[in-house]
Design a protein around this ligand. Structure first.
Ligand code: FAD
Length: 475
């Protein structure tokens, strides 16, 4: 398990190309737009060292449990704890912490047989990369969604041949990839990128049917991040979350990136690309991480809500209690129940013990609807308080300091404490960071229709059919 300092040293000036507003970033670890999340990740690497609850032993070495292939209920519990570790360090506000894609790579390696079907060298590549990633405790990000050029057409019928990433050249020592993927969250601060497709490819898409990994420093690989919110945050007091927990989202441009064969998991195999996430259980494990992370965020939200209700003298008013209970606590408890039930009813597939796929997919589908109501509930609670807030500077200015201290206080909190609480909430509800958070929760897995289709596929419809058949045979 590696130290935070080693993580930072690994991504600092390693030759990666990140172009923000057209300008190259020299050192992503110190750039104001990326230093915050880099620090968070580094400190969580440090905190994991020596914590036996979120580690496991293999081949005489201790590894983070994010690399643990779950083969028992105990393993699943250990994975839940490691996901909580990463989520608690950022209050669930960073979705693509290292444990997300580690879940995918781990499932791939545990089910190498799926990749072996195209030739054992592909299974070998998956396992070899998994071992390296695990032994070095790498932070792997991923880009599996192509640009929204024309969603009505498959990859090979887009207006240009390599808008979606595909194989531009095949060489003796590897393949050359050209094209772009729409979003890779956290890629700017990660070690490796996993590149493939999550939405099914169609017949004719052979050139695009790839799964590969590449270091962020690969020649020809460029990241175009959206503007980081920390760069527009005036202070940590005014933007407490934007300033620290913006994990960055990046367009990935591949200008003829060479990928050696050992980093190729799938090559020109449409069926395998389409099956890889579902048949290996990677999709379930990654979404399980996402639900656990989201639960931590909900716990944080519930804390903010009750603290604000207390501060404004609302928490003893029954209609407000009902609002807090129905709109926030119910959601929090229901999600916790889904997470725990998924773990309590695992499904074993080829030796891999997965949290109940039907519960996990139901959680993802419901969560992306409920989160919209959650945001409305917080707005109801905050009222005008979210808008009537002084800036950090107003506390320092002689002209305003006295009034600011007097008129922004509540019955129980000083002005600074009340305003800090409100700013935390507004950064979750109303700022640009907040808008991105909502979009993330709605789309991190898939659009609603795809998430719902997954529920359809994983649900046990037979149970209901049995009732119906019984009801048709009255005794
Ligand atoms: C903040 C954020 C972070 C992300 N991070 C990552 C990341 O790290 N890595 C990564 O690979 N991806 C990432 N994504 C991308 C994510 O995987 C996609 O947004 C998601 O898969 C949905 O695809 P899309 O955005 O292309 O939506 P589209 O497929 O373009 O769909 C958009 C909308 O069009 C409609 N629609 C489209 N097709 C249909 C259809 N067949 N039937 C009915 N309606 C339809 C629906 O209303 C749908 O909501 C991220 C997205 C966001 C917002």
């Amino acid at each position: 398990m590696r130290r935070g300092a080693d993580y930072i040293a690994g991504i600092r000036r390693d030759g990666r190309t990140i172009l923000l507003d057209g300008e190259p970033i020299d050192d992503v670890t110190t750039h104001p737009g990326f230093a915050g999340p880099t620090r968070v990740v580094a400190s969580l690497y440090d905190d994991a060292i020596g914590d036996a609850e979120i580690a496991y032993e293999d081949e005489g070495r201790s590894h983070s449990a994010m690399w643990l292939p779950p083969r028992s209920a105990e393993d699943l519990e250990r994975r839940r704890m490691v996901h909580r570790h990463w989520a608690e360090g950022c209050f669930g506000l960073m979705g693509r912490t290292p444990d997300h894609v580690a879940s995918i790579i781990t499932a791939f390696a545990a089910r190498r047989d799926v990749f072996d079907r195209a030739g054992t060298r592909y299974g070998d590549n998956v396992v070899s990369f998994y071992r390296q990633a695990r032994d070095n405790d790498w932070f792997v990000s991923y880009a599996v969604t192509p640009p929204q050029v024309d969603r009505s057409k498959p990859a090979h019928l887009q207006p240009e041949p390599f808008l979606y990433p595909g194989v531009a050249e095949e060489r003796d020592d590897g393949i050359v990839i050209r094209g772009a993927q729409m979003i890779a969250t956290s890629a700017a601060i990660s070690d490796y990128l996993f590149l493939s497709y999550i939405a099914p490819l169609q017949p004719g898409d052979e050139d695009y049917a790839i799964s590969v990994v590449m270091p962020l420093s690969a020649e020809g690989l460029r990241l175009y991040p959206r503007r980081p919110y920390a760069t527009i945050a005036t202070s940590t007091f005014d933007y407490p979350l934007s300033a620290r927990f913006d994990e960055s989202d990046n367009l990935v441009v591949l200008r003829d990136v060479f990928v050696p064969w050992e980093h190729v998991f799938v090559h020109r195999d449409i069926g395998l690309v389409n099956r890889q996430f579902h048949e290996t259980g990677a999709h379930v494990l990654a979404n399980y991480q996402a639900l656990i992370r989201f639960l931590v965020k909900l716990e944080f939200v519930s804390g903010l809500a009750i603290e604000l209700a207390d501060a404004h003298g609302l928490s003893a008013i029954p209609p407000v209690q009902a609002q807090l209970g129905g709109d926030i606590a119910a959601f929090c408890s229901a999600l916790e129940a889904i997470v725990l039930a998924a773990q309590a009813r695992p499904q074993t597939r080829n030796g891999l013990v997965l949290p109940a796929p039907s519960f996990v997919s139901a959680g993802v589908s419901l969560q992306r609807r409920w989160v919209v109501d959650l945001m409305r509930a917080l707005r109801e609670l905050g009222g005008g308080g979210f808008i009537a807030m002084p800036s950090a500077d107003s506390y320092e200015a002689a002209e305003t300091a006295e009034d600011v201290e007097r008129y922004y206080r509540s019955a129980t909190l000083s002005s600074r404490d009340r305003v800090q609480l409100l700013k935390l909430m507004w950064d979750l509800v109303g700022t640009e960071f907040a808008g991105r958070q909502l979009q993330y929760e709605m789309f991190y897995s898939a659009a609603q229709h795809i998430a719902d289709l997954q529920v359809f596929k994983s649900f046990d419809w037979e149970k209901g059919r049995v009732h119906v058949r019984r009801s048709m045979r009255p005794t």
